[in-house]
Design a binder for this molecule. Sequence first.
Ligand code: ATP
Ligand code: MG
Length: 392
Amino acid sequence: MFRAFLIKYGEIGIKGKNRYIFENALCDQIRFALKDVDGEFEVTKEQGRIYVEVEGDYDYEETIEALSRVFGITAICPVRLVDNSEWDNLTKEVADYVKNVHGTEEFTFKVEAKRANKSYPLNSPEICREMGAFLLDNFDNMKVDVHNPDVHINIEVRSRAYIYSTIIPGPGGMPVGSNGKAMLLLSGGIDSPVAGYMVAKRGVTIEATYFHAPPYTSERAKQKVIDLAKIVSRYTGPIKLNIINFTDIQLYIYEQCPHDELTIIMRRYMMKISETIAKESGCLGLITGESIGQVASQTMQSLNATNEVCTMPVYRPLIAFDKNDIIAISEKIDTYETSILPFEDCCTIFVAKHPVTKPNVNAIRRSEYKLEEKIQELVNTALETREVVICE
Ligand code: ATP
Ligand code: MG
């Protein structure tokens, strides 16, 4: 059983002061990912390395699964920890490790050694040489290949010694918390959870806003969005979800404006309200699941009309993705099954049979003048009565 894992991470762009922000965020995210895994884990940062150590019994598969969700990790290496690194003991441990992990099949190998503890009697090249010779003497199934070995046997001597040869790929990206915060417009559909996941993978903390329209949309539709936020939070850490009651605003637009413009006008108010909350929470951008041409409200003209009300950058990571590619990601991150549950979405209730596909921004603005009397008051009420749920 392994008592530790060495966590490898990409180092591009994390020089100087950014390095400790990146590393601290990574440690925090690892702790969050492991909080529900059985076992006593300790995450430590030591001389440019991050280790996860574990006391007593734990679930290996679950641990790997949890670590595989942490953005910023490029590789997870299960490590044999050796407290007594004296040469005779070290060779014994390496022999036992090799037998357990690589069995009796033939394979080629190379020893890579690092001596961080400079008082150790052998230096790095000597450890490589001596350990290589020791393994050749003791294992008939092992041959040296220094250029293209099947197995790299890594030995690091610090205050203790670390042995590892297995490298499990991580998700890559950057740790959430290393790159600011953005507001995700989260609906119950397939696209927006994927969009949030993708931006979070670049290190961005996610907050979310959902617009519902009771009684036109049900409690179950709202619960579905909370469930989606919880699934996404397994990758991103806790998500603060703002739930906005949009009913009165939608009804008012429905009363006052041409029905074929309803979706666009509604989407402009969603963006405006999301941006207000985003500014209040210190977010630096909005995120949507929009993709060019997917539906009437996502033609270039519609996106232009929706975008016009925003002053913050709007990140649309799916903009050039086909639906099938988005579905593939949603299956991978486990949101798909929840997303396809058949609960009504607040946009579908009031949609016109033939919505405009090429809205003219000036015409839309003219229609919005008809809302002048009451809209600000309705927006304020929606903001004041919002419900906040922490999803984790
Ligand atoms: P999704 O699958 O994400 O619901 P969609 O294909 O249904 O997207 P639209 O309904 O046009 O597309 O919505 C486009 C984007 O607007 C969504 O990806 C989401 O970011 C945002 N959005 C739509 N409806 C809501 C809502 N009720 N609450 C919050 N955001 C929403
Ligand atoms: Mg939708």
